[in-house]
Design a protein around this ligand. Sequence first.
Ligand code: ATP
Length: 343
Amino acid sequence: MIHARGLTRRFKVRKGSVDAVRGLDIDVEAGQLVAFLGPNGAGKSTSLRMLTSLLPPTSGTAVVAGRDVVSDPAGVRARIGYVGQKNGSGENFRVRDELVTQARCYGLRRTEAHRRADEILGLLDLEPLATRKPGTLSGGQRRRLDIALGLIHRPELLFLDEPSTGLDPQSRANIWEHILRLRELHGTTLFLTTHYLEEADSMAERVVIIDHGRIIADGTAERLKGDLAGDRITITVHDEPGAARAAGIAERIAGPGAVTVDGTTVRLRVPHAGAALPEYLRSLESSGVKVGTAETTRPTLDDVFLALTGRSLRESDGTGELSGGTGGPSNRTGGSSHAPGDV
Ligand SMILES: Nc1ncnc2c1ncn2[C@@H]1O[C@H](COP(=O)(O)OP(=O)(O)OP(=O)(O)O)[C@@H](O)[C@H]1O
């Protein structure tokens, strides 16, 4: 459904140029739900705009829904839907009229446009709002209308640029319910950017992480977390000499780079804590190290980004939103305060 090779976009700016996307290679099969993650300025929107034919690439190729984005942009646009970051509706028409007008723009005949508007109002649970003006809708309702507008011509592939950003948790859950229903009912291929790591983790079957215009990770959330971040085991022992011995044993299991000591706490990163913890506890016991507490934590997608770049995607306020990504490498090994999941 999407086949991009070496897709690149350079913007000229006053003091030179910005390489927003540097050689994007991606293949997305029909029916997949792909979450595209990355810090602010990583190149997500620019990639989406090129894949949707809204922005010509500086170099590279992309075939989307069977059409080339450069030589046949109209063919691409007829087959895809695009829900941008900004609202797609105007202020003055009523909701249903917005949908009918959009359908007419895509060439549907009058009767068919009305029929499709009603169908899509039902699909997005917008029927009770059909005669309201978009300006009077709540943020979540308005976002549903944006998605409805993107779907009016029954695209095989829908691009969504941050569909849930700025919404309260309930509205975000509601938007996701509709996105997943769409996929279940119509098998629509979905390619979306999101700032919410937990959403990408739990909803998308494939996660693609972009940083500085390049894809740095691509796979299922489970595989990325297992391969690139790993589970954490945290134990506490009674004294610092005991911690030093526990760390030595941990290094035999996990390797030297995967173990940190903080006072009487020892943390190690392993591919599967369920298998490694019993082995570790047995080794500690046979070496005479007394363990106070032991716990395991699953990694997050933020841990994956951290393992790859040394930076955190997460804002410090704990919302799970992506941060600006401009901070330097975090000191994750020597600090005294560790969030769950830190090594
Ligand atoms: N029209 C433009 N002119 C100059 N630079 C641009 C333009 N559009 C984007 N950029 C730059 O390209 C880089 C990538 O921007 P892009 O909007 O694709 O990032 P993003 O990952 O979508 O970020 P965000 O999460 O903030 O939406 C940034 O450095 C941005 O400033």
